[in-house]
Design a protein around this ligand. Structure first.
Ligand SMILES: OB(O)c1ccc2cc[nH]c2c1
Length: 250
């Protein structure tokens, strides 16, 4: 998968050189290109913003640099087995990033990301891009960041880790939060008995039983309890009115 990111803060994307995503780049699974929007300005001050027409606070990102930048991205990546990328624009007014959307995006050969700043990008950029490529505005959640870069890091990690070969043990992708509608179960490791000062904290005994059926059943119940307690919205209605409704969840 090829990823192109256009931003006025290229250094913000440095974390894409680290950990599993960085390894995926070195392994040739991800081909990441970060572009500085100011490269596509045409004035000595490398201007990317201007006051909002119609008044209002803050500044708006000018359309011309974006049009040049996205044209450059399309030209640079034309050999990707797809003529154009799917353009993802992070924004608080977008569709929510979900695990399902991450799986959809992980099927694509080429994603491009436009990182807005200030009060946002001139609306005509979305129209101009939409005439040339699929465009999706994606939100991390119902809160507002100062720009799209943090959201791109989150989206690239959520999508990249789903690509074959990125996560060492593919099984670890199965029983994760949101993969099948439930939150993950609690995890423990050694020591089985942890002397935390005067407090002794033990691992649930079932995990030491060697009874894999009992362990699986306990873990599933933990997932149901956690989901009912923290994210009842994820449970089917029937689950919250049936046995789960009687659970003493904190
Ligand atoms: O909350 B966000 O995902 C987000 C994304 C882009 C811009 C640009 C200016 N504010 C932004 C906020």
């Amino acid at each position: 998968m090829r990823l192109d990111v256009v931003t006025i803060f290229p250094d913000y994307l440095a974390p894409l050189d680290l950990s599993l995503i960085g390894k995926a780049r070195r392994d040739g699974i991800l081909d990441v290109h970060v572009h500085d929007l100011r490269t596509f300005t045409d004035d000595r001050h490398r201007t990317v913003d201007d006051s909002p027409l119609g008044g209002g606070a803050g500044m708006v990102m000018k359309p011309e640099p974006w049009a040049r930048a996205l044209e450059h991205v399309v030209d640079a990546g034309a050999s990707q087995g797809a003529p154009v990328p799917h353009l993802i624009v992070p924004g608080p007014g977008g569709v929510p990033l979900t695990q399902a959307l991450a799986h959809e995006l992980a099927q694509e050969p080429w994603l491009a990301f436009a990182c807005g700043r200030y009060e946002g990008i001139d609306e005509r950029v979305y129209e101009h891009a939409g005439e040339r490529m699929p465009v999706t505005i994606v939100s991390l959640g119902d809160y507002v960041l100062n720009g799209g870069e943090v959201a791109v890091l989150a989206i690239v990690e959520a999508v990249g880790r789903l690509l074959p070969g990125v996560v060492g043990n593919a099984e670890s992708l199965v029983e994760e939060s949101h993969e099948d509608g439930l939150l993950e179960y609690p995890v423990y490791t050694r020591p089985a008995v942890w002397a935390d000062g005067d407090v002794v904290r033990e691992v649930p005994p079932v995990l030491l039983s060697g009874n894999h059926g009992a362990i699986a059943a306990w873990r599933h119940e933990q997932r149901l309890e956690r989901t009912a307690a923290r994210r009842p919205d994820l449970l089917p209605t029937s689950a919250t009115t049936g046995a789960l409704a009687d659970l003493d969840v904190r």
